[in-house]
Design a protein around this ligand. Structure first.
Ligand code: KIV
Length: 273
């Protein structure tokens, strides 16, 4: 098991991530949405914590990421930042907060940064959102791009299947990745695309490429925390490795508690005042 060096407690910056890519050191990234989990993830040595709009699914039980609001993302972002000492914290801009005009996009971006104190933002899309990307970067806010499967566009795709299997879409991803790099994004997430294509993108841009379902030949990996801990059920894409079965552990603990309350075993004489 590769273990995080506890001596290296310097805050991770966007510049350090680019250096890591240059050195060939892989970048670890996980989602978090609340104070307690973010503290555990940070202390375990993850390099980047993403306050993903997957909070819409994982925390609120929505079917897609579309319903989550700016204020809800700000709430999650603030909770995470309070817990984190080392990792770079990136907050997703939610659907509808950057697609309808660059002025509104930069106002929303500034609001997230001002209230959450996060380090950077993530936006889904390439050429279609480039004016918003430019304006937000011009305000001094670092941006991580997101290409490939973009969950905020699920209603356009109709499925969560692997993207860019055809040449046109693959070419567009390469062009969009280069455009985001040229414009000044510090990193890029590639979601659910063929491993060969992701490898090519990682070779052709100098910024770190973080994959989810994009194979091992990219600069880092990201997973949704609740999925990799085995808390969520009924979601088993090929790319997901489960590192624990917390659903079973938690279910057993809660069942044990219920049984102890019913049998009056809890609390005992030492668990009272
Ligand atoms: O919202 C999210 O969790 C994400 C990751 C899947 C990259 O965008």
């Amino acid at each position: 098991m590769s273990v995080h060096n506890p001596e290296d407690s310097r805050k991770v910056t966007t510049h350090r991530l680019v250096e890591m890519k240059r050195r060939g050191e892989k970048i670890s990234m996980l989602t978090s949405y609340d104070y307690t989990m973010a503290g555990i993830v940070d202390q375990a040595g993850v390099d980047v914590i993403l306050v993903g709009d997957s909070a819409s699914n994982v925390m609120a039980g929505n079917i897609t990421t579309l319903p989550i609001t700016l204020d809800q993302m700000i709430y999650h972002g603030k909770s995470v930042v309070r817990a984190v000492k080392r990792a770079l914290v990136v907050v997703d801009m939610p659907f509808g907060t950057y697609q309808s005009g660059d002025i509104e996009a930069v106002q929303n971006a500034i609001k997230i940064m001002k209230i959450t104190h996060a380090d950077a933002l993530k936006l889904e899309g390439g050429v279609e959102i480039i004016d918003a990307v430019k304006k937000i970067l011009a305000a001094g806010i670092p941006i991580m791009g997101h290409l490939g499967l973009m969950p905020q566009s699920i209603n356009k795709y109709g499925t969560y299947n692997v993207r860019a299997k055809d040449e046109d879409e693959a070419e567009k991803i390469i062009e969009d990745a280069k455009l985001l790099e040229r414009t000044g994004c510090f990193a890029l997430v590639l979601e659910k695309i063929p491993a060969k294509l992701a490898e090519r993108v990682a070779q052709e841009v100098s910024i770190p490429v973080i994959g989810i379902g994009a194979g091992g030949n990219v600069d880092g990996q990201v997973l949704v925390l609740h999925d990799m801990l085995g808390m969520t059920q009924g979601f088993s894409p090929r790319f997901l490795r489960r590192y624990a079965d917390l659903n079973a552990v938690m279910t057993e603990a809660v069942q044990h508690y219920v049984s102890d309350v019913k049998s009056a075993d809890f609390p005992n004489s030492e668990e009272q005042y």
